[in-house]
Design a protein around this ligand. Structure first.
Ligand SMILES: [Zn+2]
Length: 238
């Protein structure tokens, strides 16, 4: 199969609160700074990966506590405890201003790349908190995909295998700490863009980012080189 065009995104890249919504989050500075407000480290890693892979990057830097760009309309986690009680008109205004623009931009970019290349690989970069509900997640990286889509599954397995050889110390798991087929932007785009679209999510342990606004260049280089190798292997495999 020909190598796909690449598109990188970061749905939880920042914890910005637009001025007109600040009152909703008064006294919530610590929560906004935590993994609930954003994915620390994810945007820094996505930027380095985009550079290494020479791929476009679309990022949302508004806090997901306003409306989560990685959740579909109607999903119970689309709005947070701060925005769920709002009247429907205010919720709609939030979706129109901060949620829909990112979703539409990614959909458009993926569709354009698909039209020019027959295939597109969308890699959504996220990070996860090392400890959730007092349980430690004993892994460094997660590769999320839909197991029912064989190209995504083969690519994720190849990427994991190449990483295992190149960096045996890294604990890389597939479809952990979340399932790739659960609700998310990639799941939505699989439905709307069809089989030429490949959607993978990269989940990085926030312990890898001592500074949440920076990412280790070595890690980005390693991930990008391993992904390139995996894509070549897949292209040779037909
Ligand atoms: Zn995320």
């Amino acid at each position: 199969m020909p190598e796909p065009a690449l598109l990188l995104t970061c749905e939880h890249g920042g914890n910005q609160v637009p001025a007109r919504h600040r009152r909703l989050f008064s006294g919530q500075k610590a929560l906004l700074a935590s993994h609930r407000g954003w994915d620390p480290g994810a945007l820094a890693l996505a930027r380095l990966l985009a550079k290494e892979l020479d791929a476009p990057l679309l990022a949302c830097e508004t806090t997901r506590l306003l409306a989560d760009p990685n959740r579909s309309r109607g999903h119970r986690a689309l709005f947070s405890e701060f925005t769920r009680p709002l009247p429907a008109t205010e919720q709609q205004a939030i979706l129109d201003a901060f949620w829909q623009p990112h979703r539409s931009a990614v959909q458009r970019a993926a569709a354009d790349l698909l039209a020019g290349n027959r295939r597109v690989l969308h890699l959504a970069v996220h990070s996860f908190t090392p400890v959730l509900d007092n349980r430690e997640r004993v892994m460094d990286l997660g590769l999320l995909y839909d197991p029912a889509r064989s190209r995504e599954a083969r690519l994720a397995k190849a990427w994991q295998a190449v990483l295992a050889r190149a960096a045996p110390h890294l604990r890389v798991r597939r479809n952990a700490p979340y399932r790739g087929a659960a609700d998310g932007l990639t799941t939505t785009l699989r439905r709307s863009l069809g089989s030429g679209y490949l959607g993978l999510e990269l989940e990085a342990n926030q312990a890898l980012f001592p500074d949440p606004c920076a990412a280790p260049p070595d890690l980005a280089r390693l991930l990008a080189a391993a992904l390139r190798t995996a894509l070549t292997l897949l292209a040779q495999g037909g």
